[in-house]
Design a binder for this molecule. Structure first.
Ligand code: SF4
Length: 432
């Protein structure tokens, strides 16, 4: 087994309280020879000021990171360099093991690395729910030992669990308390479990949310429980308009693909602020612009992360859509898990943004899976394509990406889709 940062003995001395810990039933995990995927991704691995000071005060760490790397560490991020057209942590050795871990032990490395792929959130009943990232191949493939026995150690490594927001807002600014918005979320869970295409379910949930919010009394800042109950009943009785597939991606779907999937393509994926040994900026900026243009036009060849070889974007059209077929059930099951693990409710924001997150994830999973099939000259996706697409959604949207850190373009796009039903439906219909 090769693991960049596997614990050899329990670490840390923090006492873990006797809180109920939960994880998806039958889930397994063991770090394996993947190799070191989590150390070689286009993301910012953050750590605390205390951790940054510890690293900066060690001469060996400073020398290994170099002058540029030390400046990145000062900002609380692990520095990365480009290798084999990917970013990788400057502390990763040739043998795909973490040099910090080998030299100083597991408890020395950033908490985020110690605990990956585990995160934790207090749910509404104050149980601590494990967030297991499907970006990790072991979680994706359910490989290894039952996670139940690992939860306490991982929680100790990770530190204080995140908390759900105490309230969420409607688009008109009414505040819904946690118990109130959880009632809404339970309806989302039920709908996603009903077995229909996830695109159709999400189009319905978007309308249902508008009906629900529209049925809440106007003029008050907070909703009474009875008013929420009445609005739920009105929303259940509202009419449903079926979603018709679009023959080609809508303009806003293209923007979404260019922004998210385009950033997984080379060289866009290595253009990160925490990268050391930067390549000539103008050349890479130009090539990165070329990536985005290719996605906007749906033409040209791209080299995308987790896709085995470069492929022509035109070929994706020949790959059948699958959200209404058997493979679509994998997406629905994943979306339901996302709602249940509650991490889309950490930031106080518009409740409808949760439905939007699930919708964008669905479209991205579908497009990614079809790209992977196109690269292998297949016309049908496999369950493996879909599972890898789910990992991409974790990375870009639902687990590791921080919405508050997304650029202005993505923020504007999200707001537009939250407030414009037709454009929202066109994006979903692109993969329906
Ligand atoms: S991605 Fe998962 S299996 Fe791979 S090195 Fe990281 S924790 Fe281990």
């Amino acid at each position: 087994m090769v693991c960049p940062h596997m614990a050899t003995k329990p670490s840390g001395k923090k006492k873990v309280s006797a809180t109920k810990l939960s994880a998806p039933p039958s889930q397994r995990f063991e770090c394996r020879d993947c190799p070191a995927r989590c150390c070689r991704l286009p993301w910012s691995i953050r750590f605390s000021g205390e951790e940054a000071q510890r690293y900066l005060s060690d001469p060996w760490v400073r020398e290994r990171a170099g002058r540029e790397g030390a400046q990145v560490i000062e900002r609380g991020v692990l520095p990365m360099r480009e290798k084999d057209r990917r970013l990788e942590c400057v502390f990763l050795d040739e043998d795909m093991l973490c040099s910090l871990q080998k030299r100083f032990g597991h408890s020395y490395i950033p908490r985020a690395c110690q605990a990956f792929p585990f995160g934790f959130i207090h749910d509404e009943e104050n149980a601590v729910v494990a967030q297991l990232s499907r970006l990790c191949p072991s979680i994706r493939d359910n490989y290894g030992e039952p996670v139940d026995k690992q939860l306490k150690d991982k929680l100790r490594q990770k530190g204080e669990p995140e908390r759900m927001s105490k309230a969420m807002a409607t688009l008109k600014g009414m505040i819904l308390s946690q118990p109130q918005y959880i009632r809404v979320a339970r309806h989302w869970e039920e709908q996603l479990a009903a077995g229909a295409s996830p695109a159709a379910v999400l189009a319905r949930l978007y309308d249902w949310m508008y009906a629900f919010e529209g049925a809440l009394p106007h003029g008050s800042e907070r909703a009474a429980d009875a008013a929420v109950q009445a609005a739920l009943e009105r929303a259940h009785a509202s009419e449903v308009e079926p979603l018709s597939p679009r023959p080609s991606p809508s303009f806003h779907a293209r923007v979404l693909f260019a922004y998210l999937l385009g950033n997984l393509c080379y060289p866009s994926r290595v253009r990160q602020a925490h990268r050391v040994e930067q390549a000539p900026a103008r050349l890479q900026a130009l090539r990165s612009f070329g990536n985005k243009a290719a996605w906007m036009l749906g033409r040209g060849t791209v080299d995308m992360l987790f896709v085995p070889r470069p492929f022509k974007l035109q070929r994706v059209r020949a790959v059948e859509r699958f959200l209404s077929a058997e493979e679509g059930a994998l997406v629905s099951e994943y979306l339901r898990l996302v709602v249940q693990r509650r991490n889309i409710f950490i930031q106080p924001r518009h409740l409808l943004a949760g439905v939007l997150d699930l919708s964008l994830a669905t479209v991205v999973i579908s497009r990614f899976a079809r790209c992977r099939a196109a690269a292998e000259e297949r016309t049908r996706v496999t369950p493996d394509d879909v599972r890898e697409g789910i990992g991409v959604a974790e990375l870009l949207l639902l687990s590791h990406a921080n919405v508050s850190e997304q650029g202005r373009l993505m923020k504007n796009l999200r707001w537009l889709l939250l407030t414009n039903r037709e454009r929202f439906r066109h994006v979903l219909a692109t993969e329906a």
